[in-house]
Design a protein around this ligand. Structure first.
Ligand code: SF4
Length: 396
């Protein structure tokens, strides 16, 4: 078979576009909503840069941990991954300022996302290390001074820190940096089963205010970001996802030991199965098109969880772009008319998903889609998809 036919076959079967590489579970932080630091990997058991040589080409690679900058060979990992991915973003605490600046000097196109969980006192309390806020911000400011453009910070909202959502958003705007949001989740990855928002009204009110402000901006990207935040409100309320989860299709995760998972939201108490291990295959295609990988994809279709994390939200926002676009159009018009954005009702977009998916709590309120056309719909699809690509990498 010639290479053209082979490429076409792989394309039809669906090669992934995005990868998240969990380089290590070692971390110097002591976060309250994540116990990764308490379950560190052994250095000698972590995947090596050369193990990544077998990966295919991607549009986007997220390098994460633990704290990726504890790895002494991180630059080698990035070197390999630049032969694979068009864009690379490293998620970090921002603690290791010197190492981060050194890496950025060598790879000036690198994306760096620093986790900031609140204003200084709240951040340092939640992250369990005094001075974490200072170091994170100092890292970002130094990167900016060096001329590194792909930088930003993100907040994982939990019960304690949602009142810092708006101050951090305003801080990001004044610094000219992107601001990403997430909700804390339970999963094997975080070693947590009690990451549940209990002060739902307070947290969702703060997200609603953020949505209001994002919709007032003049950037279409901010409007799609507002839609993503609406998904967080929906998640916090315990509803099925606004759009289905298709983890393990466009994207996947690699564990520090080389195991491949569809996502990092799995929990043993529901299900948790690997698609294979990159160290045990002769080629990536062997793993990706295996029966085991297909079984995982089938399980994802009926996964009872309702996670809303950018890694699995962005691909379906792109795939089913007309749904976010309709919401954006309707609510941008409302915003322009000075009316507030209603976040009481969240559109669950029916795109043929299995009703069992996200049926964790028995709720499955399929709400018919918003009828709208024009404005954002006039924007060519590739432009809208690009905006979500950007949101995805900024949230990494
Ligand atoms: S809903 Fe998706 S991201 Fe969440 S655990 Fe299930 S498969 Fe993973």
């Amino acid at each position: 078979m010639n290479s053209t036919n082979n490429d076409t076959q792989i394309e039809r079967a669906g090669m992934p576009t995005d990868v998240s590489i969990i380089t290590t579970y070692r971390c110097q932080m002591r976060c309250k909503m994540c116990d990764i630091w308490d379950h560190p990997t052994r250095k000698n058991e972590e995947i090596k840069p050369e193990d990544l040589e077998m990966l295919p080409k991607f549009k986007f690679a997220n390098i994460t941990g633990g704290e990726p900058f504890v790895r002494l060979d991180l630059e080698d990992i990035i070197e390999v991954m630049y032969t694979k991915a068009e864009r690379i973003v490293i998620s970090t605490s921002g603690w290791h300022t010197k190492k981060i600046l050194k890496l950025a000097e060598r790879f000036p196109n690198i994306g760096i996302r620093v986790s900031i969980e609140g204003l200084p006192i709240m951040n340092d309390d939640l992250r369990g290390r005094e001075g974490g806020f200072d170091r994170g911000i100092r890292t970002l400011l130094s990167l900016k001074e060096m001329g590194i453009n792909d930088i930003g910070f993100g907040q994982t909202v939990s019960n304690k820190n949602s009142h810092d959502l708006i101050p951090l958003y305003e801080l990001s705007k004044s610094l000219g940096m992107e601001f990403a949001t997430a909700s804390f989740h339970n999963s094997f990855y975080f070693h947590r089963d009690d990451n549940i928002v209990t002060n739902i009204d307070e947290v969702t009110a703060n997200f609603s205010e953020l949505i209001e402000r994002l919709m007032k901006e003049n950037k279409p990207k901010s409007w799609f970001r507002a839609f993503f935040n609406l998904g967080l409100i929906n998640y916090i309320r315990g509803n099925p996802r606004m759009l289905p989860c298709e983890a393990g299709t466009a994207n996947f995760f690699i564990e520090p030991n080389g195991d491949v998972y569809s996502c990092n939201g799995l929990e043993e108490r529901y299900w948790k199965e690997t698609m294979g291990n990159i160290k045990e295959c002769t080629s990536f295609e062997e793993l990706w098109f295996s029966e085991q990988a297909e079984q995982v994809r089938q399980k994802v279709k009926t996964c009872p969880k309702n996670c809303w994390m950018v890694g699995t939200a962005a691909p379906v926002m792109k795939k089913y772009i007309s749904h976010p676009s309709k919401w954006v159009l309707k609510n941008k018009v409302k915003s322009l008319m000075g009316r507030s954005i209603c976040t009481d009702t969240v559109p669950i977009c029916s795109v043929g998903q299995d009703p069992l998916q996200g049926d964790l709590r028995g709720g499955n309120n399929l709400i018919s889609n918003i009828q709208a056309s024009g404005l954002i719909n006039d924007m060519p699809d590739d432009e809208r998809l690009k905006l979500i690509d950007e949101i995805e990498s900024e949230n990494a």
